[in-house]
Design a protein around this ligand. Sequence first.
Ligand code: SF4
Ligand code: SF4
Length: 309
Amino acid sequence: MVKLTNDIVIDKAKSLGFDLVGFAKVDVLTEEMHNLNKWLSSGYQSGMKYMERNLDKREDVKNILPDAKSVISLATNYYTNENYSNKKDHGKVSRYAWGKDYHLIIWKKLDKLENELKKIDPNFNCKTYVDTGPVMDKVWAKKAGLGWLSKNTNIINKNLGSWIFLSTIITNYEFEYNEQIEDLCGDCTACIDACPTQAIVQPYVVDSNKCISYLTIENKDEISDNFIGKFDNWIFGCDICQDVCPWNIKFSTETSEKSFLQVDGNKEIKLKKILKMEQVEFKKRFENSPIKRSKLKGLKRNADHLKKV
Ligand code: SF4
Ligand code: SF4
């Protein structure tokens, strides 16, 4: 039996296509929970009731894996060097949803990684997460030195920017731990200034009630007419606060994962097409796409809203 080291994990993860790997010591997230509770009591979670649940697990990963010692944070770059045509009769889709659903891709990679690490040392035990589950993935990415938690509430890596999917491994294994990266947002307020709905209500705080990304994806209600003309033709998600970030403008690099390249013209979709779409076509076209998350009803609502301009 070989003892796992940081280098072994990094090598295995990178060979599976993860771009960044960092290690953090398990700790109770007292300060972060205080911030989360403040955010929740302001109602900024809007309809995302799941954010109010499992707070004990969010605060302490030992409530997920009792003998947890480390958190391994991983990031996968999804940037592809393409832009929008900005045709008025088309709705724009957030960059992360152009290709195949990242959950499907990253879950597979995480499963492989877990199996390979367990083969090396059967004592390695873990719980893995990709953007789901009661885990503060951005906090752990920050603690593991992947980047800093920025004013638009993304993790920014100095060499890749913020076009990254995060995943998290909670493990019973001890590793050497990374230093945290300093916050390099500095005096910049480009994201706050560019947000068309003033959803970044203060640096590092987003009010989901105003955020186009929330309103077009997870939101189950109607979109208020107060937002007419403010959505900049986003039909699924919104990337404005990332598009204007100087770290993305300077450091974004093309992903090596072909599954993130756009499929079926899912970068911009004709509004008329959505409004006429039947459930069978929706299911067929978006079966393996993150776009299925908004459901056909939500996508039609979004198209209707954009048509009101
Ligand atoms: S995603 Fe869009 S609406 Fe939401 S905070 Fe960023 S710029 Fe504002
Ligand atoms: S746009 Fe500026 S303030 Fe916003 S996340 Fe990027 S560096 Fe930070």
